[in-house]
Design a protein around this ligand. Structure first.
Ligand code: ZN
Ligand code: FE
Length: 256
């Protein structure tokens, strides 16, 4: 099996776009379709021919380029069954437990509702990578627009249960502002403090903080740590239900 190649690029002001490529099979997929000109430039730069689109959710900065790219390249579009009517040009609707074949690679689909009700993630287990859209961010998580905080917490628990060495590709560079918030929550977390310093240094050098490994998120991301005694102690909710703690942390972030 040929390696799953991943090309990451900036789109709009803070989105990341991704092309994945299986050279042996001659396949290329766009993970979501932000900013069509940037996707076309990425195709030109890599020399890859677009054959597929894998959407995570219906927001315009994720599925907005579907129509134009399908008209141009005749690609096959896979996306969330829970919001099929909102995904332009959808060919294959998938949900929890479905397998998406991509050349010699395969992704398992996870339903991760909360940010939107049908939001899905793609986990390429053999490649050790997951594309999570706007469900999980570095030190953050997606705003809960359509679902409920407990539903979002359950979704994040699914991502948290992937192998810790998994490389997480999320759809926005929100890390530095997430860091400013995170350090107001788990004030006693030394790993978080060290990571925030690292992030500030990276951004000062103009470097990306995405992708990240799940292991680091588990140790530092307050939205994955609502069940941890230390975080609960730091916000005065020791012994509370994790979903309630998550709800409180999400609420604080919404007005931060
Ligand atoms: Zn979104
Ligand atoms: Fe987004």
């Amino acid at each position: 099996m040929s390696k799953l190649e991943i090309h990451q690029f900036e789109a709009f002001s803070d989105n990341y776009g991704y092309l994945i490529h299986d050279a042996g099979a001659g396949l290329t997929a766009a993970i979501d379709t932000p900013d069509t000109p940037k996707i076309l430039a990425a195709l030109e730069e890599t020399g890859w021919a677009l054959t597929h689109i894998l959407n995570t959710h219906h927001h315009p900065d994720h599925a907005g380029g579907n129509k134009e790219l399908k008209a141009k390249f005749g690609v096959e579009i896979t996306g969330p069954v829970g919001e099929a009517a909102k995904i332009p040009g959808l060919d294959r609707a998938v949900g929890e437990g479905d397998t998406v074949e991509f050349g010699s690679h395969r992704a398992r689909v996870l339903d991760v509702p909360g940010h939107t009700l049908g939001h899905i993630a793609y986990h390429f287990a053999d490649d050790g990578v997951a594309f999570v859209g706007d469900a999980l961010f570095a030190l953050g998580c997606g705003r809960v627009f359509e679902g409920t905080p407990p539903q979002m917490w359950a979704s994040l628990q699914k991502i948290a249960a992937l192998p810790p060495e998994t490389t997480i590709y999320c759809a926005h560079e929100y890390t530095q502002s997430n860091a400013r918030f995170a350090e107001t929550i788990e004030t006693s977390n030394d790993a978080l403090r060290a990571r925030v310093k690292e992030i500030d240094e990276k951004r000062a050098r103009g470097e990306r903080t995405v992708p990240m490994t799940l292991e680091v998120e588990l140790a530092t991301n307050p939205f994955l740590r609502a069940g941890e005694a230390s975080l609960q102690r730091d916000i005065g909710m020791e012994g509370a239900d994790a979903a309630d703690v998550f709800t409180e942390v999400r609420k604080r972030k919404d007005s931060f």
